[in-house]
Design a protein around this ligand. Structure first.
Ligand SMILES: *Cc1c(COP(=O)(O)O)cnc(C)c1O
Length: 345
């Protein structure tokens, strides 16, 4: 097998969901957008369904196909992008719950699918999706008369517990929703960790399920090993890779491994990433190629057959830091051509 081996631990995902669920006294849904943050939406939602999850969130209606194929009609599948023109057939045929986010969407939904379930998305300051205060005031009575399944908003800075935006958005959400007889939801992973004031009736964790920050005690859900294709010795002064970007300062041993930017290992990691052989760090030298990395294994006492990019010595967030990004992006960029081994329920 010449592609990287991506090990996906569904028991860890389930354990993370249980841990987040146990932090609140309300219901806990699961966000499985972007193919379950890169881990596989069908596998992930199947494992979580078995563990008791009955409400899933996705970004766009098309993402529901894989989930309905796996789980059938039972769980509620909610769509953050709401009811866009062109989504009507999918929303009806797959029984989806769009989180309507504008007056236009609300009108469109009530006209095209009267009586079909929906939720409402409010903007409490992030200015990304959702009805603003005045818009909501204008349509709240009409919308609430149709008994929405959920009224929700999203926090912009929940990964920074002391950020003044958190209490500000909380106050806005109260102003807009206090007294309504509909379940409310404000918290994703970060919001759960902010404490009970933020929990309302339902939480919507994503990244925490998959082992990422800000859920610091999460169980890691993925490991990634890259196979060594070839090993060579280079003399002091010899160069490695595109652009001669690295030059040996001592006689060195270079391992060329399978994996590159086409697999989501961003080029920004050129000369920056570290791979591991057991506990021994091995620096990536030179540029990340489309399908290959060159690794300095001079200090190893044995010849490696594979090197670890994500594992016990380097978490998804460690790798994200080296790449100047966040764990969310590392996970959702995990390559499609890896040899994926999914284990657990
Ligand atoms: C992605 C997303 C979530 C999940 O957020 P995490 O930070 O991954 O827990 C929840 N709600 C909305 C609206 C989102 O877009």
């Amino acid at each position: 097998m010449s592609t990287g081996r991506l090990i996906i631990d569904l028991d860890a995902v389930v354990a993370n969901w249980r841990a987040l669920d146990s932090m609140t006294n309300c219901k806990t849904a699961a966000v499985v957008k972007a193919n379950g943050y890169g881990l596989g939406a069908a596998n992930v939602s199947k494992a979580l369904f078995k563990a008791g999850v009955r409400q899933f969130f996705i970004a766009v209606a098309e993402e529901a196909v894989a989930i309905r194929e796996e789980l059938g009609p039972k769980p509620e599948v909610c769509v953050f992008s709401g009811h866009m023109k062109g989504d009507t057939d999918l929303i009806r045929d797959l029984g989806l719950t769009p989180m309507l986010n504008s007056v236009e969407q609300l009108t469109h939904h009530l006209e095209t699918l009267p009586g079909h379930p929906f939720g409402i998305q409010l903007d409490t300051g992030m200015n990304r999706l959702g009805l603003e205060m005045q818009e909501w005031a204008a349509v709240a009575e009409l919308a609430l008369a149709q008994q929405p399944r959920l009224v929700m908003s999203h926090l912009a800075c929940a990964d920074e517990p002391d950020h003044p935006m958190n209490p500000y958005q909380l106050a806005q959400f109260h102003k807009m929703t206090d007294g309504i007889q509909v379940p409310r939801s404000l918290a994703a992973t970060g919001g759960i960790l902010l404490g009970p004031d933020y929990h309302f009736d339902l939480t919507r964790p994503g990244i925490g399920l998959y082992g990422g920050l800000p859920f610091e005690t999460a169980a890691p859900a993925v490991e990634l090993d890259l196979p060594v294709i070839q090993i060579r010795d280079v003399a002091e002064g010899e160069v490695v890779g595109y652009g001669n970007a690295w030059q040996a300062e001592r006689p060195s041993r270079i391992a060329t491994v399978s994996g590159g930017y086409a697999d989501g290992i961003t080029r920004i990691l050129s000369d920056k990433a570290t791979l591991y052989h057991g506990d021994t760090p091995c620096p990536l030298v030179g540029r990340v190629s489309m399908d290959l990395l060159t690794i300095d294994v001079t200090d190893l006492t044995e010849v490696p057959t594979k090197l670890s990019l994500i594992g016990p010595n380097q978490t998804v967030d460690d790798l994200a830091r080296a790449a100047n990004t966040i764990g969310y992006e590392v996970l959702t960029q995990l390559g499609a051509r890896y040899n994926r081994k999914t284990f657990g329920k």
